[in-house]
Design a protein around this ligand. Structure first.
Ligand SMILES: [Ca+2]
Length: 215
């Protein structure tokens, strides 16, 4: 008799527990007036109960009705946006990435090789970027710059369309010269002019460095 009573009591407790679970799930499913659900959160039983893994207590209410009073609103913990990085094997400087192609190419070949990597030839907008490119190529070879004088008048533009004259420039004294014949640019990496620029013919083969923004 005693064991029968125990079974009945346990069964009733089990049914009660199952009902609680059902009620909780129903609330999670959202009901009209439940701002917790509307804000992407979920309403759980117990206003002091910890939120499930991946959720945090948030300030939204579970609802105005009395049955929500003992509930806690839990919202998804936002996933942090990953910091932009450089691809493996690329060298990082500020928000830019650099890759030295161990080939000497003319401007157009170099441009297309870099483009295939989602990059461009070096576009230099500051003394710091200029010093970095020099440090990268000093002792290795003269890099082609991502600049062009499209009208052959020594008015140079970077390959992103901005005017070289509008930002930083580091022309060697007397450069750019020979308008019409020297519509591309390089950086010298040795001697007294190292770190400074010369305009030259676009067909000359120089070292190719590709540059891209971190992604
Ligand atoms: Ca020149």
């Amino acid at each position: 008799m005693k064991s029968l009573l125990l079974i009945v009591v346990l069964s009733l407790l089990a049914v009660g527990y199952a009902r609680d679970q059902e009620a909780e799930l129903a609330i999670r499913g959202g009901e009209k007036g439940n701002s917790c659900t509307r804000k992407g959160g979920m309403c759980i039983k117990g206003k002091n109960k910890p939120c499930p893994n991946g959720y945090e207590a948030c300030g939204y209410s579970c609802g105005k009705r009395k049955k929500y009073k003992k509930k806690r609103c839990c919202c998804l913990i936002p996933t942090p946006t990953p910091e932009p990085t450089c691809p493996e094997g690329w060298v990082e400087n500020g928000n830019q990435c650099y890759f030295i192609l161990h080939e000497q190419k003319n401007t157009f070949e170099g441009f297309y090789l870099c483009k295939q990597l989602g990059a461009t030839l070096p576009i230099i907008k500051s003394a710091e970027q200029n010093a970095f490119l020099l440090s990268l190529m000093e002792g290795k070879g003269i890099p082609r710059l991502g600049m062009i004088a499209p009208k052959g008048d020594n008015v140079f533009e970077w390959l992103d369309g901005t005017a070289v004259a509008d930002t930083f420039s580091a022309w060697i004294t007397g450069e750019p010269n020979h308008p019409g014949d020297e519509n591309c640019g390089v950086m010298y990496v040795s001697g007294s002019d190292k770190g400074n620029w010369n305009n030259d013919g676009c067909k000359g083969s120089w070292h190719i460095v590709c540059q891209m923004e971190k992604k």
